[in-house]
Design a protein around this ligand. Structure first.
Ligand code: OAD
Length: 241
């Protein structure tokens, strides 16, 4: 099916939908200049995200993990939302029942103005004390390494869900609720290999929803979805409006 026809079909389905859910990943921010995790530019000193974004890596070498996050914080601090982020704000405005679930920790959806938004992996501008568990905003770039809690002097860590860690219960419940009850699920710019987000397409389809994928490349989910649109998110997502 030609891409225009696919876009028209998604638009028609959205127009009929009572409840819309959207799942985004690093591909949405790629057009703002934020490197994806599994693209070649996502490597930092030859480490993969799976080598650094874990509680074990942090326990072993908190300085190294913080240096990686400082690299990402420096990068993200200079970036702005793109047309895909903005189009999703407009989509939210048009639907009474809507939830944007993002795996991105860069905060660009929030900067664009999305408010029915769930950052299921957390936010890079939030830190948590490993001792007293207090959570606070921190926009320092670079953050002084190793950073310490102002209240108890414990070691601070990024308030981000790492590999091997569970999502916050409320985030999991809300995202599962939206995915099981939506009429349309849009999956944009994610490789679809990290759970639980990787399971959303199957769950939505089992509930009878129409599922569309928008990605630069084919993913493990492409075969399962109703429609797959290839292209840059900042080009394709605005076409849905
Ligand atoms: P990945 O880096 O795994 O995947 C990015 C996806 O975006 C790929 O499928 C690309 O084909 C696609 N892509 C790249 N540029 C694009 C563009 N301009 N337009 C549309 N699509 C594009 O990133 P995620 O799937 O988000 O977790 O990764 C999931 C999680 O794994 C992340 O949240 C992160 C990571 O480790 C944590 O940090 C806990």
């Amino acid at each position: 099916m030609p891409d225009q026809q696919k876009i028209d079909e998604i638009k028609a389905t959205l127009a009929r939908a009572r409840a819309v859910a959207v799942l985004t990943g690093a591909g949405v921010s790629a057009d703002s200049g934020v490197p994806t995790f599994r693209g070649t530019d996502g490597l930092w000193r030859n480490f993969r995200a799976e080598d650094l974004a874990t509680p074990e890596a942090f326990a072993r070498d908190p300085r190294l993990v913080w240096e990686w996050y400082n690299w990402r914080r420096e990068l993200i601090a200079t970036k702005h939302p793109n047309e895909a982020h903005r189009a999703l704000v407009e989509l939210e405005r048009r639907h009474e029942r809507f939830l944007l679930i993002t795996q991105n920790v860069d905060g660009l959806h929030r900067d664009a103005g999305s408010s029915r938004l769930l950052e299921i992996h957390g936010n890079i501008w939030t830190v948590r004390c490993t001792a007293c568990k207090q959570i606070e905003d921190n926009r320092e770039v670079p953050i002084a390494i190793p950073p310490h809690c102002r209240a108890c002097h414990g070691l601070l860590r990024p308030h981000i869900v790492w590999f091997g860690e569970a999502l916050e219960e409320e985030a999991l419940d809300r995202s599962m609720g939206a995915v099981t009850s939506c009429d349309v699920l849009l999956i944009i710019g994610t490789s679809g290999v990290v759970n639980p987000a990787a399971s959303f397409a199957g769950i939505a389809k089992a509930g009878g929803a129409f599922v569309a994928e928008m990605n630069l490349e084919e993913t493990p989910q492409s075969a399962m979805v109703d429609l797959a649109v290839r292209g840059r998110a900042s080009d394709t997502v605005p076409l849905l409006l």
